[in-house]
Design a protein around this ligand. Structure first.
Ligand code: ATP
Ligand code: MG
Length: 465
């Protein structure tokens, strides 16, 4: 009886065809040949990573990382406002604002109390009053920067300047509608929105009254909650009164820092309301006590002007020069005429005056102290030399490193190709040998099979006969 078995025809790599059935009677040598055939590996084609999939993967990785970074990065978002760093705000005010102890104190207290309160009863309304150039815009800019990192450029900080945004008094009805829509839209988008109204004293009273509902104690108006918004009004209203108060203090030989809010506050609201030229005239904002803080800005003395000049110089990265500071300070106008105590324009024209002194004159020379000029030129020269040395060293190292690494990479690449060539040659040779063996085995086995069957049949026939 003939038993047939199927050899399991698997190899480490891949099977290319089905194995033919083999006879059990195969000799040991035949079996060894068969085993050798099976063990011979199939030819392998080495794969190199294609440049296109790699680029695609890199692109996806880049886009993914950008998206994730955008999600987790501390970018400007409306809800971030609650975490105002009051200490940082205080430091900034102390460092940058001069001669305004009242304004700094009131703003800081008012603002920190408001932002810490999660459930305020009404929107915060502060009214900055004072003569020109005393820091009203300046402090509101600092506040904006501490509320939102992008400051005045933030999409949550909105500034209206009467002469710019509401220039034609006769159009106040139209402005009123637009302003209300603007406030409503922005507070709907972000409850912690900041609105700064500059030159309020030039604003139409009805336009001021249009803002009134948003400052009142309503939980919401037409479904919008305005109680977390901040409104800052800037004006020169009551500037005269503040000037007079400061001058009286000076004449009485008192320290400026002794002026208390109580000395000014009452005058402030009254005068702002009573001044016929002021926009607050007939406006019910003050009448209805909707302004939370009246912030007086005192006129600046020469010492404060000097501080402004010094800060301006330092911000410009120029070496501080006392002679230059005195020159610029003396170029400003002061009042009263005889005493020359307060600066007429505060610190407003400081940067312009300073630039004038720093600008090259008609002869092409710089009109500023010689030592300053020498120092700055020397500094420039040294920095250029340093830059030149650093950049040449870095370029040298860059090229050397690039050259060496690319040389090694190319050598490695060449070796890998040679290696790959040799390997694939050997593998293909093995593959060929394997097939030759397999074919030889198969022929041999089949001949053997036919012969044995022939003998068997012949024996049967002879037996039968
Ligand atoms: N108290 C101050 N401390 C430091 N710098 C000041 C001060 N006041 C004004 N400055 C400087 O003067 C510039 C002009 O001041 P700012 O625009 O704030 O004046 P203002 O009070 O708004 O005047 P105005 O009433 O004319 O609008 C500021 O950008 C700032 O550089
Ligand atoms: Mg201003």
């Amino acid at each position: 009886m003939v038993r047939v078995f199927n050899a399991s025809y698997t190899s480490m790599y891949h099977v290319t065809s089905q194995a033919p059935p083999l006879q059990e009677q195969a000799s040991p040598m035949e079996k060894q040949l068969l085993l050798l055939c099976l063990l011979l590996p199939a030819p392998v084609t080495p794969h190199e990573p294609g440049p296109l999939p790699a680029a695609g993967f890199g692109l996806c990785l880049g886009i993914g990382s950008y998206y994730i970074w955008n999600r987790i990065s501390p970018g400007e978002r409306c809800k971030d406002l609650g975490q105002v760093d009051v200490t940082a705000l205080q430091e900034d005010l102390e460092k940058r604002v001069f001669g305004q102890h009242l304004a700094k104190g009131i703003t800081l207290r008012g603002l920190s109390g408001f932002v810490k309160n999660d459930n305020p009863k009404k929107a915060l309304a502060m009214s900055f009053h004072g003569p020109t150039g005393t820091g009203k815009n300046y402090i509101s800019q600092i506040i904006a920067r501490h509320l939102y990192p992008e400051g005045m450029k933030s999409r949550y900080v909105h500034q209206f300047v009467t002469t710019l945004h509401f220039p034609h008094v006769q159009n106040f009805e139209m402005y009123k509608v637009q302003l209300q829509q603007w406030i409503r839209g922005n507070v709907t988008a972000c409850k912690r929105s900041v609105f700064i109204f500059d030159e309020v004293d030039k604003m139409h009273p009805e336009l001021i009254d249009a803002i009134k509902p948003y400052l009142d104690y309503y939980e919401h108006i037409e479904g919008v909650d305005y109680r977390k918004a901040i409104f800052i009004f800037l004006s020169n209203a009551a500037g005269e009164i503040i000037n007079k108060l400061a001058l009286d203090f000076w004449k009485a030989g008192k320290v400026r820092e002794d002026i208390k809010l109580s000395d000014v506050e009452h005058h402030l609201s009254l005068s702002a309301f009573n001044m016929k030229d002021s926009g607050f005239w007939h406006s019910s904002l003050i009448d209805r006590n909707l302004i939370d803080f009246y912030v007086p800005f005192l006129p600046l003395e020469q010492q404060h002007v000097k501080m402004c000049i010094k800060r301006e110089i330092m911000d410009g990265g120029i070496i501080v020069d006392d002679e230059l500071i005195s020159k610029v300070a003396n170029d400003m106008t002061y009042y009263p005429k005889d005493e020359k105590v307060f600066s007429v324009k505060g610190c407003k024209v400081v940067s312009t005056k300073l630039n004038f002194y720093l600008l090259p004159t008609m002869n092409g020379t710089v009109d500023r102290p010689r030592n300053l000029s020498v120092f700055s030129n020397l500094f420039n020269f040294v920095s250029w030399v340093f830059w030149g040395i650093c950049s040449s060293i870095s370029s040298f190292f860059y090229f050397v490193f690039w050259g060496i690494s690319s040389l090694f990479l190319n050598i490695f690449y060449l070796i890998s190709w040679v290696f790959w060539g040799i390997c694939s040659l050997f593998l293909n040779l093995f593959y060929l040998v394997r097939w030759v063996f397999w074919v030889t085995c198969a022929i041999f086995l089949n001949i053997h099979f036919v012969y044995e069957n022939y003998v068997l049949v012949a024996l049967c026939f002879s037996e039968f006969r």
